[in-house]
Ligand binder design. Structure first.
Ligand SMILES: [Zn+2]
Length: 300
């Protein structure tokens, strides 16, 4: 049969690769998220950095927040960043519309600029007291494993989505760049929170380019000057460039207490309490927490 007579499914006949990615965006995001989560859960068992993956109530609270956030994004933000990108980019709007760069450069710059913006947003979340109230929910976890990568208060998720939508609009970012960034950011959030230790000879080389679990672990130290450092998600360059890089925590990673001094009792760290935490004043801090005291309260 001549090629022109071979029956083709009409929806695939004239489809280029970027259209295919757009059509399968949700499946690609979900598939990569599940694959990365599974791979890291296995890696945490093979080479744990601290042993924080032992079953505890904190993991249920973290996964509960993930489910609420997934529902929130579908209900409150039916217009996702990708849809804004498709609309603005197709009519040549935003900064990229003025510059007329080749598509591959637009995609690369979208990922780079959005990673820098998420770094800046993270610094704001720490610096502005009202924003810190949302973000401290993420920091109040007393353990550090892959489930911490999905522990965000719905208000922080909504704030973050608003920032992303505004940025995509101003940039006139291509949808493919936005999808690539969303997939990378979700994977990076899981990866940087994994209770995983790279071999000491490999870790510094990796950290020269990207944020590693060890680098981000310092950001979850109970010491405030360490918490207020290492803000990056994807590239480690932003912290070095803007003077917020802490190479090593004061105490060895295996022993250093994780979390916040003020929020450490089990009744403050269940799912309902976490949802209400932004609206509550911080309790008075107790004595400085010790790593081994945390180990005795697996429910915390
Ligand atoms: Zn933070």
């Amino acid at each position: 049969m001549p090629p022109e007579l071979v029956p083709q499914r009409p929806e695939y006949a004239a489809m280029n690769p970027s259209e295919w990615v757009m059509q399968h965006e949700a499946a690609l995001r979900l598939g990569s998220f599940v694959a990365v989560l599974g791979a890291l859960a296995i890696a945490e068992r093979i080479s744990p950095a601290r042993g924080d993956t032992r079953p505890a109530r904190r993991q249920l609270a973290n996964l509960g927040l993930m489910l609420i956030n997934t529902g929130l994004l579908r209900l409150v933000f039916p217009v996702l960043a990708v849809a804004v990108a498709m609309s603005v980019h197709s009519r040549g709007g935003g900064l990229f519309g003025l510059l007329g760069l080749p598509p591959w450069l637009e995609i690369g710059l979208t990922v780079l600029v959005m990673d820098a913006a998420i770094y800046a947003q993270h610094r704001l979340l720490h610096a502005v007291p009202l924003l810190w109230r949302m973000h401290r929910v993420h920091h109040s976890d007393l353990g550090f494993d892959v489930t911490l990568g999905v522990r965000f208060h719905p208000l922080e998720m909504a704030f973050s989505m608003g920032v992303k939508l505004g940025l995509v609009y101003l940039l006139g970012a291509p949808a493919l760049g936005v999808v690539a960034f969303e997939i990378l950011l979700a994977a990076a959030s899981l990866f940087t929170h994994a209770d995983f230790a790279f071999p000491p000879r490999v870790e510094p080389w990796l950290r020269a380019a990207v944020v590693t679990p060890s680098m981000h672990r310092t950001h979850h130290s109970v010491l405030r000057h360490e918490t207020d450092s290492n803000y990056g998600f994807l590239l480690s360059a932003w912290d070095r460039l803007f003077g917020s890089y802490t190479p090593l925590p004061l105490r060895p990673e295996r022993e250093m207490p994780i979390g916040l001094k003020q929020w450490r009792t089990p009744d403050e760290l269940g799912l309902p309490a976490l949802l209400l935490q932004p609206f509550r004043a911080a309790p008075v801090a107790g004595p400085a927490p010790a790593r081994f005291a945390d180990k005795e309260t697996p429910d915390a």
